[in-house]
Design a protein around this ligand. Structure first.
Ligand code: PHB
Length: 389
């Protein structure tokens, strides 16, 4: 009797196993996230991994009947390593898409690889305009520097600045930021006195800041990649530039939410333009910030964390649209024209350029509940990159 029921149980178990077998062999769709997790840009990788993971945690890992698996690689900020990871993810791991790219040269390094493999590559951070033109398989959910720099050029011209000096990191996004700023500031009747460029690696900003101070412009426009902002702003403060009669402005990279509290009260009142602030006033952003903090104690999301979130969203929605088909061309086509609410506000992937169209906010550093935030007080709606033809 007992034996019989054990047997019946075993048969039942076997039947149950058989029944669940398809679930066990369920198809997995892999996404390769190439992040910079060590070296001077490590803060960038930490943010985008946290943003991507949070998206999966809150939205589940099943899409169009397939299980999504994230494979994370550290490229250490070196382009050759990024390229090698991309090749291995494509050839060995058979990923359906790659994503990440903390710096412009790291994105550019994979362009030939993704074109040849017809592999979607979702840019979560890098911001030089030209990147998306280098392969039809790039889709950008971050931003471009000209998109951010034009609104602050307009704002500062409108607020009485007649002369300006710019200081940027000497590589793609810095050059883009500087040129776009100059173009719009001079269209509005201003004059850029000098365009200064500091090396990207091991930057010593002091001589450039001294030069800027000596030129006595009405405004000083700054851009460096976000993880370098703390070092730049410390030197800006030490050189007395926030106390000189010069209006210090920049793209939001220089007051990013990750570093802002560490920079300190000397930057209270500093005005920047950017697409994301942790203080952005929407229900979705409040939830995003709260969940991000809960999942990552001691961290606050910045625009790179949001890029990680939206990159996963772009992939999830594309895979839903293709009904689970992972063909690279079909996935990229599905992302073209996609529009959704991000913690940053509404965003769209331009169907022509595969670049992001989004609101750009003018913000001022203020203290709220004992923390420094970029408080949005003006907005330019749905800005396209001004450099794409
Ligand atoms: C870039 O290298 O394109 C880049 C990196 C960090 C930023 C902005 C642009 O904050």
């Amino acid at each position: 009797m007992i034996f019989k029921s054990i047997l019946a149980g075993a048969v039942g178990l076997a039947a149950g196993l058989q029944f669940t077998a398809p679930a066990i062999s369920q198809e997995t769709v892999k996404v390769g996230l190439i992040a910079t997790l060590t070296g001077p840009q490590a803060a960038s990788g930490r943010q985008k991994v946290a943003g991507a993971r949070l998206y999966m945690q809150l939205n589940g890992n099943m899409v169009a009947g397939k299980k999504i698996e994230l494979i994370i690689k550290d490229d250490t900020g070196v382009a050759d390593v990024t390229r090698r990871h991309a090749q291995e993810l494509i050839v060995n791991d058979k990923v359906a898409a790659i994503a990440g790219f903390s710096l412009t040269p790291l994105a550019l390094a994979v362009a030939p690889v993704i074109t040849q493999a017809k592999m979607p590559a979702i840019i979560m951070t890098a911001g030089t305009s030209v990147i998306t033109e280098r392969s039809p398989f790039f889709v950008r959910v971050s931003f471009t520097l000209p998109q951010q720099s034009v609104p602050i050029a307009e704002w500062v011209a409108k607020n009485g600045a007649k002369t300006a000096v710019s200081l940027v990191s000497d590589y793609g996004p810095g050059i883009d930021a500087q040129n776009a700023f100059k173009m719009r500031f001079e269209e509005k009747g201003g004059k850029v006195l000098e365009q200064l460029k500091a090396p990207l690696a091991n930057p010593e900003f002091s001589p450039f800041l001294q030069r800027a101070k000596d030129l006595k412009p009405d405004a000083l426009f700054l851009f460096v990649p976000a993880p370098t902002a703390g070092a730049l702003m410390k030197q800006v403060i030490d050189r007395g530039l926030t106390e000189a009669n010069i209006k210090v402005i920049g793209t939001g990279d220089i007051t990013d939410d990750d570093q802002l509290n560490g920079i300190g009260d000397s930057v209270l009142g500093l005005v920047t333009s950017h697409f994301y602030s942790a203080a952005h006033d929407s229900a979705l952003n409040k939830k995003f910030v709260a969940e991000f903090k809960k999942a990552n104690p001691g961290m606050r999301p910045n625009f790179i964390g949001v890029g990680g979130w939206d990159g996963m969203h772009a992939f999830y929605e594309a895979l839903k649209k293709t009904n689970g088909d992972t063909d690279g061309t079909k996935l990229v086509d599905a992302m073209k024209g996609a529009t959704w609410e991000s913690p940053r506000g509404m965003m769209t992937i331009d169907p022509q350029t595969r670049d992001v169209i989004q609101d750009v906010y003018i913000r001022k550093v203020e203290k709220r509940d004992g923390e420094l935030y970029n408080i949005e007080f003006d907005v330019v709606k749905q800005v396209k990159d001004p450099m794409h033809k």
